[in-house]
Design a protein around this ligand. Structure first.
Ligand code: FES
Length: 118
């Protein structure tokens, strides 16, 4: 069954986080905040319902859709590319700018082979 705005269950998009250069998969039916956490990446956040704005990030490329009708952004902020990842789902591959994002791992870009350089 298609999702509102064109997403289809099973669609998975790639999100690149800048300036860190990390990336993660974002299923069409999962918010960007939760998809990032699924991959050990913690975006700044608090309320998780689109009101506090703690998660605000700039969408540099791609298309999203909100799970709520009135996310806490002005028309001007939306026009400038600001989004709220806690209530936004990917509708295409994305490039997201949120300098406050952190990783639960030392280096999420490192291969998972366990290789050491000691
Ligand atoms: S965490 Fe509050 S608006 Fe996103």
């Amino acid at each position: 069954m298609p999702q509102p705005g064109g997403g289809t269950p099973g669609d998975v998009f790639t999100v690149e986080l800048r300036p860190q250069g990390w990336s993660f998969d974002a299923p069409a039916d999962r918010t960007l905040l939760l998809a990032a956490l699924d991959h050990g990446l913690r975006l700044a956040h608090s309320c998780r319902n689109g009101t506090c704005r703690a998660c605000i990030a700039r969408l540099e490329a791609g298309r999203i859709e909100y799970r709520i009708e009135w996310p806490g952004l002005s028309r001007e902020e939306k026009d400038e590319g600001w989004i709220l990842p806690c209530v936004a789902c990917a509708r295409s591959d994305l490039v997201l700018h949120q300098p406050q994002a952190t990783s639960l791992f030392d280096d999420p870009a490192a291969p998972a082979s366990g290789a050491s350089t000691l």
